[in-house]
Design a protein around this ligand. Structure first.
Ligand SMILES: NC(=O)c1ccc[n+]([C@@H]2O[C@H](COP(=O)([O-])OP(=O)(O)OC[C@H]3O[C@@H](n4cnc5c(N)ncnc54)[C@H](O)[C@@H]3O)[C@@H](O)[C@H]2O)c1
Length: 227
């Protein structure tokens, strides 16, 4: 296998008629141009990330995107749930407008659920809707927030109060990025995974019980199955 050839462990097609999209799960996906070859052509791509995730993963993503987009921009937002608000959302619109980004511009959400929710809402609103891609980097975002098209920011009077339903074009779950995820965040994602067992699938619940140590050790095969 070549250094950056993608290794797809699973692909799930979300079937929503003309809003259908694939979720690709595997390793070496983020930095591979092949992961993005089905996306629409555009003059510009904007990667939205945060000050924690961007230094770790933005360079490889931007390099891969440069094979497809003439202009690839990076916006690094402050990190934290407290920044899932109007002033920070405005930074995304500022970057798009200051760089003359048109309605074909593709937004890439590189981060956890906070970055995904904000970028998705920005994509739903900018010029009445531009395409966007979810690149979830927490387990919680890979199993939950990047899927289903719920986007939002918080209001001082309530969480996720301002938002839109807006589907991504593609979700890329690269298991490699979970290597740097703090244990606390891994546990938050695992709690979400465990919840699905009793709710929907007791066989899966039994599987989790057997494979919990592998999941906690970030074993790629176990994570790919769970996601
Ligand atoms: N849209 C939905 O359907 C939906 C569903 C569930 C949750 N959410 C939202 O998701 C948010 C929570 O998401 P979260 O748990 O991913 O939190 P988060 O986005 O705040 O990420 C948690 C922390 O991990 C850091 N991080 C992310 N990826 C990393 C990596 N690979 N390596 C090192 N650090 C990394 C982040 O910078 C952050 O500090 C909430 O705002 C919640 O409302 C949305």
């Amino acid at each position: 296998m070549k250094a950056n050839s993608p290794n797809v462990a699973a692909q799930v097609q979300i079937d929503l008629a003309e809003r259908s999209y694939p979720i690709v799960i595997g390793s070496q996906l983020l930095g591979s141009a092949l992961s993005y070859q089905q996306l629409p052509q555009a003059a510009c791509a904007l990667v939205v990330s945060n000050t924690t995730v961007a230094p770790l993963y933005a360079a490889q993503l931007m390099k891969a995107l440069q094979a497809r987009y003439a202009k690839v921009l990076l916006l690094s937002l402050p990190d934290g749930e407290i920044y899932k608000d109007w002033p920070t959302l405005q930074l995304i619109f500022d970057a798009l407008l200051q760089n003359g980004c048109d309605r074909k511009t593709v937004l890439f959400a590189l981060g956890g659920g906070v970055v995904g929710d904000m970028t998705g809402f920005a994509a739903a609103s900018y010029m009445r809707g531009v395409p966007f891609v979810q690149l979830p980097t927490t387990l919680l975002a890979q199993v939950d927030s990047s899927v289903g098209g719920k986007t939002a920011i918080n209001h001082p009077l309530g969480k996720n109060m301002i938002g839109a339903f807006y589907q991504p074009l593609l979700v890329v779950c690269d298991l490699d990025v979970l290597a740097t995820l703090p244990m606390r965040e891994l546990s938050a994602g695992l709690a979400e995974v465990i919840k699905y067992g009793p709710i929907a699938d007791m066989t899966f619940f039994d599987w989790i019980e057997v494979n919990l140590d592998a999941l906690l050790a970030k074993d790629p095969a176990a994570l790919a199955h769970a996601i």
